[in-house]
Design a protein around this ligand. Structure first.
Ligand SMILES: C[S@@+](CC[C@H](N)C(=O)[O-])C[C@H]1O[C@@H](n2cnc3c(N)ncnc32)[C@H](O)[C@@H]1O
Length: 383
C-alpha cells in the first residue's frame, strides 16, 4: 500500500499515447468482432484453446465474467453449486456439465466427488489476483527473493469461479497467456505473454504452480494439486533439452533469492539481474521480467542513478502492461516511479554511482512516461 501526494491530477481516463495502452484498446475491439481463439482437441489433454490468428505480446486475448462463483473450499458443496446453476440458462447449464472433471475416478488422496462439485474443483479459478512475482503489489522496497515472489503471489479475494471459455485452457509450465482478475469490471482478463503464432495452443499457469521448479518438482506439485501428469511442452522435453531447462529454472530461482540479499551491493545485484534476464528469455518465462526489472530499478535509485533507474522501471511498466494490463495497480505504480524515480523510499540511500540500463549501456535515454501520468512528490509506505 502506498500513500501518494500528487502535484497533477491523474488523467487515467485519457487514452494513453503509448503502444501498450493502444494495444489493449484495439485487442478488445478485435476480440468483440472476431475472437482470436478457437477451441479444438489438444495434444496436451482433451480440448484446448488455440490462436485463431497471430496474437501480439500484451494483447487482450479475451475477458470473461464468471458463470458462477463459490466461496473457497470446504464451504462449497455439490448442492451450493447446483443452487446457483439452477438460476442459469439451460445452455449455460449444459456448457457447465460438458466441462472436464478430474474427480470422476478415485486416486490416492483424491476421493470421487459428485459431478457438479467435481467439475467445479477441476475448472475453478480464483477471483482475485494472481500476481506475477513481486510486480503486482506496489513493489515498495520488496525484492524478488520472497516466497510470494517466487510462486506468483495469489490474492484469491475469498471466491473462486467458473469461466466457461477459460475452463478450456490447458496448463503449461511455459505459459503464453497470463490471467488477471480485474476488480473494477469483475472480469478475468487473459493477455498474451509473448507473440503467439496462429494455431499455437493458448496455455496458462494453473494457480500457484511454482514453474521455476525442476520437472520432477513440478510434476509432484501438479499431480498433488490437480491430479494430472503434466504433458506441456517443457515437461515433455527429453534428454539434454530437459536438463538444460531444469538448470535454467534452478538458476533463475537461485538468482531471485541472491538478488534479495544484494541491497548493499548494487553492482553485483544488477549483474545478477542481467544474467536472470538472459535466462528468462532463453527459457521463455518472461512473466518474471517485471520483477527483475523492478529490482534493477531499486539498485539504481539507491545509488541515485536516476537515468538508468527510469530505463529499468519503464521496462517493468511495459512488462506489467503485457501481463496484467495498463490499468493494473502494478502498471500504475511503475509509471509513477518512471515519472519520478526520486520518490522511491530507497532513493539515495547508498553513495552515488552510475550503473547500467536494461540494454547494458551506461547511458540510457532519459525519456518521460506517456500522457496521463501523475507526478508523485512523496510516496510513503503505510504498512
Ligand atoms: C481446466 S481443464 C482444461 C481443459 C480440458 N483439457 C478440457 O478438455 O476441457 C483441466 C484438465 O485438462 C487436462 N490438462 C490441463 N493441462 C494439462 C497438462 N499440462 N497436461 C496434461 N493434462 C492437462 C487435465 O485433465 C485437467 O484436469
Amino acid at each position: 500500500m502506498i500513500d501518494e501526494e500528487t502535484e497533477d491530477e491523474d488523467d487515467a481516463s485519457s487514452p494513453s499515447t503509448n503502444h501498450h495502452g493502444q494495444e489493449r484498446e484495439s485487442a478488445s475491439k478485435t476480440d468483440d468482432l472476431s475472437p482470436c481463439y478457437k477451441m479444438s482437441s489438444s495434444s496436451i489433454g482433451g480440448f484446448g484453446l488455440f490462436a485463431a490468428r497471430p496474437i501480439s505480446q500484451g494483447a487482450l486475448v479475451f475477458a470473461e465474467t464468471p458463470l458462477l462463483t463459490q466461496p473457497l473450499s470446504p464451504t462449497r458443496t455439490n448442492s451450493s453449486i447446483l443452487n446457483v446453476l439452477a438460476q442459469r440458462t439451460r445452455e449455460e447449464q449444459c456448457a457447465f456439465f460438458a466441462l472436464s472433471n478430474a474427480h470422476k475416478t478415485e486416486r490416492p488422496g483424491r476421493p470421487v466427488l459428485l459431478p457438479a462439485l467435481g467439475i467445479f474443483e477441476t475448472n475453478a479459478l480464483p477471483c482475485g489476483s494472481t500476481l506475477p512475482p513481486a510486480s503486482g503489489d506496489t513493489g515498495e522496497a520488496k525484492t524478488s527473493g520472497s516466497k510470494d515472489a517466487k510462486a506468483g503471489k495469489a490474492d484469491h479475494g475469498g471466491r473462486e469461479g467458473i469461466f466457461l471459455r477459460a475452463a478450456r485452457l490447458n496448463h503449461s509450465c511455459r505459459p503464453n497467456v497470463w490471467r488477471t482478475w480485474d476488480v473494477s469490471s469483475q472480469e478475468m482478463t487473459f493477455r498474451a505473454l509473448r507473440d503467439i503464432a496462429q494455431d499455437e495452443e493458448l496455455c496458462m499457469n494453473y494457480a500457484d504452480v511454482d514453474i521455476l521448479g525442476t520437472r520432477e518438482e513440478r510434476a509432484a506439485e501438479i499431480e498433488k494439486a490437480f491430479g494430472f501428469v503434466c504433458a506441456c511442452e517443457v515437461c515433455e522435453l527429453k534428454g539434454k533439452e530437459g536438463k538444460d531447462s531444469d538448470r535454467r529454472r534452478a538458476d533463475i530461482k537461485r538468482l531471485f533469492e541472491e538478488i534479495g540479499t544484494c541491497s548493499k551491493e548494487p553492482t553485483l545485484g544488477l549483474r545478477k539481474v542481467s544474467i536472470a534476464m538472459r535466462l528468462l528469455k532463453e527459457e521463455q518465462v518472461m512473466h518474471y521480467e517485471a520483477s527483475f526489472c523492478f529490482d534493477a530499478f531499486q539498485f539504481c535509485v539507491m545509488v541515485s542513478d536516476f537515468v538508468n533507474a527510469k530505463a529499468w522501471v519503464k521496462k517493468a511498466w511495459e512488462a506489467s502492461c503485457d501481463t496484467m494490463g495498463p490499468e493494473s495497480p502494478a502498471a500504475h505504480t511503475f509509471k509513477l516511479y518512471w515519472a519520478n524515480p526520486r520518490a522511491h523510499p530507497l532513493a539515495g540511500t547508498l553513495p552515488h554511482m552510475t550503473l547500467s540500463g536494461p540494454d547494458g549501456d551506461e547511458k540510457a535515454v532519459d525519456d518521460t512516461p506517456p500522457r496521463g501520468t501523475t507526478v508523485v512528490t512523496r510516496v510513503t509506505r503505510i504498512s
